[in-house]
Design a protein around this ligand. Structure first.
Ligand code: ADP
Length: 864
């Protein structure tokens, strides 16, 4: 056995090997240690290998999916080795081969690799998130990227230069990336043989997958794209051990059709997940009113890749408008969509050979519902063009749904083993078989009554279990009467309080049940296969229906959200103006509203002649919020949705950039000034006159002089060279002087006022430079002790005096011996704390001691 195990393990490579033994998947050696730690299950051992006990752990087969899900989430890949013959078959083989029957080993084979990117199981997938596998190939300096979501079959291909690869991958958000072994890729990837990534192999594999002689009908694919497709399909073939999942015809994605956003911009705008990592607090969480998983996935897609061309944006907007304008229609539509099964994923599982009768049932119900959705929307006045293209995809499938309706019971099971999913009257032979076993069951029930009469044992029962099948059971004290040779009963088993028998008549009826049952099961199985084939032959139109329904769910959700928040339909233009009246930040507003506060709406009106707004004002005044709300409004509009504003005219943006100064970015865990500058450099190199840039406190991650100098130079460059529309937030009010030299730059600030000695933040944008920075007032607002604020005030006076005398930003600092002395004293206290920490052996501390120590340290650090 160990040899067989090691052979399979060699094949599994760095995947964990799930080795099937009876009702368990067992793991051995390092695999066992790793899995036991992740799954928190017992690590045992079994036998010896090379003189040492073999570590082992196992998971029951019936619960394997749950364990798999946890392993995959922990970043593992798993090879499943199944038994490919029964123990009886193995013994028969041993007999034929003349080897020891008692030692006959059932043969096993890896039937599938379970990896993050190749999942189709409902339990392993998140309903509202796509699960994408991507492959990357490089040909002479150009990258090809092929990606697919095999749970729905969607496949896309694109090409890019090395500089934009990272941003494409950020957009795709793949859960697994494959690349050739011989390439150095700057991210986590599964590496595969270079031979897989040839354009010829890719072309061949695609043609084979779609049964076509040429790919021309699908689009124009470049060699790098085909090479990536080659790597992708080879990996799918490997992971599925030759059985291909659902793959719809690949679509070429042109990068110029979409709003460009790099990874840093996506992260900073918190589009699909917030800085904290989850969906909560993200843009999508504030927008998503989809009632189906497929709708939520498509919305995520729309937001991850907003459009950059007017016509398709307008098409989406017109449909949102149509549904927005008619609340009754919207309500009916959303009610129909609610509870609509996930057609696309059910289809994906069926085609991949991992489907269940329930998936067929979901198609029956989902396709039927889709037709009703179509009926609801058809024949209304002024249908938008997009609706007209979706309607045909909602109809159709009548023959298939009729077939499934006839073939299946109302709620088919997820398991096939015990049958019972094919409806009565679908197949008369099956009905007959069921009748035979039904009759036999009734005969057995009648037999029980008769046996009670005949034997006079009122407590005699006929029972059934998995080991014995049917048997007659009597309490032990009555057993003797049936033990006689002429009783007609044969003894089978003696239990503590009961004895079990068989009889010829019971045996006959039981055999009839078993035989009819076996044949019925085989018949159901055959029907299942046939139905799956029928479905698979219609995979593409079914997928189109799924896509149409998902689009309608997105549209209805957008319309619903718009009416909830009184959002407006943006006007899209081809120029470079940007006029947002009374704009709001959807996430911040939602948070404020839930705590009973009001969001202050603000205008943003940029044009070529006034393209750079410098936004000043106190910390916490609302600068970041203002910047982001405008970037988000652009993004939401170009994704084809309404926006949180009274009105919005948006000159199409080709690239959106968002940057946050380093010190604001601690949450991302790489808050170095270097990163800030790398990201800023990318903007200066890439942004153009159609781009929209928001820069939040850039230059903050370094000293005041450096920071101001850099912020100054960056603003100037964007104004002069990039000529992008730009909102630039800064707390350096010295930068206001830029307005003297940059004609298309204007000054703005978030208003604040001091009232009875307290700072009031109005969150209201006004023209002109900020009168002062209010830093000390903010500190007071934040609860900094008044003594410290007072001290800071006197330092500030000194600084400002110095500045006034020399004209320099921080001149006069040298005259501040007291400031230096204060800093030194503070430093000394910190040193004492630092020394104590260094001397500490953390491992020897009890939780109680640790807590006590924290109190001491805090005291020493002068906190009290
Ligand atoms: P800054 O960038 O100026 O430091 P932020 O944009 O981070 O300020 O805003 C600080 C806080 O002020 C936000 O978390 C929010 O609670 C509140 N805020 C910001 N803008 C508004 C607004 N327009 N209306 C109401 N509250 C706002």
């Amino acid at each position: 056995m160990m040899r067989q195990y090691l052979d399979l393990k060699a094949e599994a490579g760095d995947c964990l090997l799930f080795y099937r033994m009876g009702d368990f998947f067992e793991l051995f050696f390092e695999d066992a240690k790793r899995a036991a730690a992740i799954l928190d299950i017992a690590l045992t051992s079994r036998g010896e290998h090379d003189g040492a006990p073999v570590p082992m752990c196992g998971v029951p087969v019936h619960a394997a999916e749950n364990y798999l899900a946890r392993l995959i989430r922990a970043g593992c890949r798993v090879a499943i080795a199944e038994q490919t013959e029964t123990p009886e078959e193995a013994k028969a083989r041993a007999r034929r081969e003349g080897t020891a029957v008692s030692k006959a080993l059932v043969s096993r084979d890896i039937v599938r690799f379970v990896t993050a990117g190749t999942l189709t199981e409902e339990t392993l997938l998140e309903p509202r998130r796509a699960n994408v596998l991507a492959a990357i190939a490089e040909l002479r300096g150009t990258f090809g990227v092929a990606s697919c979501d095999i749970s729905t079959g969607r496949m896309e291909m694109e090409e890019c230069q090395p500089g934009t690869l990272a941003s494409i991958l950020a957009r795709i958000g793949a859960s697994e990336v494959v690349a050739a072994e011989d390439r150095d890729v700057p991210f986590d990837a599964v590496t595969r043989p270079p031979g897989d990534f040839s354009s010829d192999a890719g072309e061949r594999a695609l043609k084979a997958a779609h049964g076509v002689a040429t790919l021309d009908g699908f689009g124009q694919f470049t060699r790098p794209m085909l090479a990536a497709a080659g790597g992708l399909l080879a990996y799918l073939d490997h992971a599925g051990r030759g059985s291909m999942p659902l793959l719809l015809p690949p679509v070429v994605r042109r990068s110029d059709g979409f709003l460009g956003m790099d990874e840093a911009t996506r992260a900073s705008l918190e589009i699909l997940s917030s800085h904290r990592g989850g969906r909560a607090g993200s843009l999508i969480a504030a927008i998503d009113r989809c009632v189906t998983g497929a709708g939520a996935r498509l919305l995520a897609d729309d937001l991850a890749a907003p459009l950059a061309e007017r016509a398709p944006i307008e098409a989406r907007l017109a449909l949102v408008d149509h549904v927005h304008a008619d609340p009754l229609l919207r309500g009916d539509l959303r009610n129909l969509l609610r509870g609509l099964p996930d057609i696309g994923r059910a289809l994906g599982r069926l085609v991949a050979g991992r489907g269940s009768p329930r998936d067929l049932g979901q198609l029956r119900d989902g396709l039927g519902e889709a037709r009703r959705v179509g009926d609801l929307l058809r024949d209304r006045p002024d249908p938008p063009a997009l609706l007209n293209t979706l309607l045909p995809d909602l109809a159709g499938h009548a023959e298939l749904t009729d077939l499934l309706a006839r073939a299946l019971v109302p709620s088919p099971p997820t398991e096939r083993q015990s049958g019972g999913y094919i409806a009565a009257e679908y197949d008369h032979a099956l009905d007959d078989l069921r009748e035979v076993s039904g009759n036999a069951r009734r005969a057995i029930a009648a037999m029980e009554a008769r046996y009670r009469d005949e034997t006079g044992i009122g407590s005699l029962k006929i029972k059934h279990n998995g080991v014995l099948g049917y048997f007659i059971e009597v309490p032990a004290r009555h057993a003797d009467a049936l033990m006689t040779s002429d009783s007609g009963f044969t003894h089978r088993q003696t239990m503590a309080s009961a004895v079990r028998f068989n009889s010829l008549r019971l045996h006959e009826e039981a055999s009839r049940i078993a035989e009819a049952g076996g044949r019925a099961l085989a018949a159901e199985e055959a029907h299942f296969e046939e139905l799956v084939e029928t479905v698979a032959a219609r995979a593409e139109p079914i997928a189109r229906t799924a896509a149409a329904v998902a689009r309608l769910d997105v549209v209805a959700g957008q319309a619903e959200r718009a009416s909830e928040g009184e959002w407006c339909r943006p006007v899209i233009t081809e120029d470079t103006a940007l006029a947002i009246r009374e704009g709001r930040h959807p996430v911040v507003e939602a948070a404020l509203v839930s705590s009973g506060e009001r969001f202050v709406a603000n205008d943003c009106t940029l044009s070529q002649a006034d393209r750079l707004w410098l936004v000043g004002g106190p910390n916490m005044g609302g600068k970041s919020t203002f910047l982001r709300q405008n970037a988000l409004i652009v993004l939401m509009a170009q994704a084809g949705g309404f926006v949180p504003a009274a009105s919005a005219t948006i000159g199409l943006v080709d690239q959106l950039f968002s940057r946050v100064g380093a010190s604001d970015n601690l949450a991302r865990g790489r808050s170095t000034f270097m990163v800030e500058m790398v990201e800023t450099a990318a903007i200066l190199q890439q942004a153009g006159p159609r781009s929209f840039v928001i820069l939040d406190e850039v230059g903050r991650g370094t000293s005041t002089y450096d920071g101001l100098a850099l912020a100054w130079a960056v603003a100037e460059a964007i104004h002069e060279t990039n000529r992008s529309r730009c909102l630039f937030a800064t707390h350096y009010h010295e930068m206001a002087r830029l307005a003297e030299t940059c004609p298309a730059l204007s000054l703005h600030h978030v208003r604040a006022k001091e009232w009875k000695g307290d700072l009031v933040l109005l969150h209201e944008l006004a023209a002109g430079a900020a009168d002062r920075s209010y830093g000390l007032a903010v500190a007071k607002l934040a609860g900094v002790p008044s003594a410290v604020v007072a001290r800071a005030r006197s330092v500030l006076q000194k600084l400002e005096k110095g500045r006034a005398e020399t004209g320099g930003l921080a001149a006069g600092l040298g005259e501040l011996p007291l400031f230096a002395a204060a800093a030194e004293a503070e430093e000394k206290e910190c040193d004492a704390v630092r020394e104590r920490l260094a001397a500490l052996d953390v491992d020897t501390l009890s939780p109680r001691e640790a807590l006590d120590l924290l109190y001491v340290l805090k005291r020493e650090a002068g906190e009290d």
